[in-house]
Design a protein around this ligand. Sequence first.
Ligand SMILES: [Zn+2]
Length: 344
Amino acid sequence: MRATVMYEAGDVRVEDVPDAKILEPTDALIRATRACICGSDLHPYHQMERSETGTRMGHEAVGVVEDVGSQVTKIKKGDLVVMPFAYSDGTCEFCREGLPTSCVHVGFFGNPGYDGAQAEAVRVPYADGTLFALPVDEDDALMPSLLTLSDVMGTGHHAAVAAKVGPGKSVAVVGDGAVGLCGVIAAKRLGAEQIIIMGRHADRIALAKEFGATDVVSERGEEAVERVRGLTGGFGVHSVLECVGYAQAMETAIGIARPGGAVGRVGVPQDETIPASLPAFFGNVTVGGGPAPVRAYIEELLPDVLEGRIEPGRVLDRTVGLDGVPDGYQAMDDREAIKVMVRP
Ligand SMILES: [Zn+2]
């Protein structure tokens, strides 16, 4: 089968690899009908050191179940399923508490040793816990939005939940990538009154406004903090969604949180420590978040997608076939595309 393999920074290829197959009785094999390139795939695209074997890429997919292991009981051959970026057993105490990304059996697709989703097929461990069967067929018009339930929409929602967004609250979203834009959708969906998008790409800002952003701040650093305070009566916002992961983004996030506010961070931190610890302490600002338990959010978000109340699939503004994946990485890296959908 064909699959995407990264060998080092800037070197991503689509090549023939051994066919994915069932290895454990709890596995399913899916034929990927849609996949994506993620902003987080750009980190190895910039930094990965040379690897002889390479790493399979991609962690977001919708696919059709081709085969299941002998212990798989809920997921059936022929189901159309969402594959979240992490697999989980669905039964351990963390899965039952709604945190499948801390499952005792968790694993992350598209990391060394695991199958990637930018491929024709994927072996999915713990299929019953991991996969979510969809009530539509594989060419449904809602497919881009359904695909975002595998990561970016669930991740934006998680940022909003961790930032304690609620009715009437003021919210700022740091980052205008696909997750930040989905964070705008999530904030609006949870009843936020004011939603400030912080970014500087005209096309992304325009989409953020359509998703419900009420204000735009394109400055950075101290100027950005001043602008947000100016828009919020001098105090800052109740909730900040930090969707970037760099130290400066977190510093800004804490700088614009009002006393007693909360920062929900879902951008993968690129530093060991959290900056702005003193202002966070003296402002009683909660800093929360982490890898989004997207599997646990699908049930809540799916009806809004199926009934057209939210359209997160609009962040997927370019589509490529499997052979176009390397160009897709380049387009995202050049900021020519917000997020690329792959049709293997
Ligand atoms: Zn579990």
